[in-house]
Design a protein around this ligand. Structure first.
Ligand code: IMP
Ligand code: MG
Length: 179
């Protein structure tokens, strides 16, 4: 595989799509047995990175489910001038519902930790966390991750939804930044 160059940085082939696809099938199999007899859960696709994972995973599911596309956003609160983080795009009422967060990659864990804590204010019935990729060496939080697709090296990755400065999301394989 040819390396990919983005903004003078070189990315070399890392994980083939076939391996990613098998990991997604494993996640889907587990969900299909778990939710067979449970009412319709709501999947939260964390944009932008998780769009490809969400699309490929949901095609493998054999139970009724909802999907919502969310983003984390920060704004300045006038009275305190402090930065407030909020979830945007969550149009469904999640009270007493089973919610499943779909993240592309968990690195330090800060993003998912923030989403998890914000969701709790809306009193969901349950919240599960599924990540396609996980960097165990970078993880700094202690929340439980319900399903992990693949463990990946502590390198900057692009492809399969992951970007570098907005580029690289389109590649189906994963590439890692190299010097
Ligand atoms: P965390 O908050 O440190 O866990 O980082 C999570 C977010 O950072 C992910 O949702 C990605 O959007 C982004 N991210 C983390 N590692 C990478 C990477 O290797 N490539 C591209 N984006 C990444
Ligand atoms: Mg992300």
């Amino acid at each position: 595989m040819e390396p990919i160059i983005i903004n003078n940085k070189k990315f070399t082939f890392s994980v083939p799509f076939e391996e990613i696809s098998l990991a997604i099938k494993r996640i889907a199999d587990n969900l299909n047995s778990e939710y067979k007899n449970k009412p319709n859960p709501i999947f939260l696709c964390v944009l932008n990175g998780s769009f490809m994972f969400t699309a490929d995973l949901l095609k493998e599911l054999t139970f009724n489910c909802r999907v919502c596309f969310i983003k984390l956003s920060s704004y300045k609160n006038d009275s305190t001038s402090g930065k407030v983080t909020e979830i945007i795009g969550l149009s469904d009422n999640i009270e007493n519902k089973d919610v499943i967060i779909l993240e592309d990659i968990i690195d330090t864990g800060l993003t998912v930790d923030t989403i998890f804590n914000l969701l709790k204010n809306q009193h969901p019935g349950s919240v599960k966390i599924i990540t396609l990729f996980f960097k165990p060496k970078a993880f700094k939080k202690d929340f439980n991750i319900d399903q992990i697709g693949l463990h990946v090296p502590d390198k900057f990755l692009i492809g399969y939804g992951l970007d570098y400065n907005g580029l690289g999301r389109n590649y189906k394989d994963l590439y890692e930044m190299t010097e």
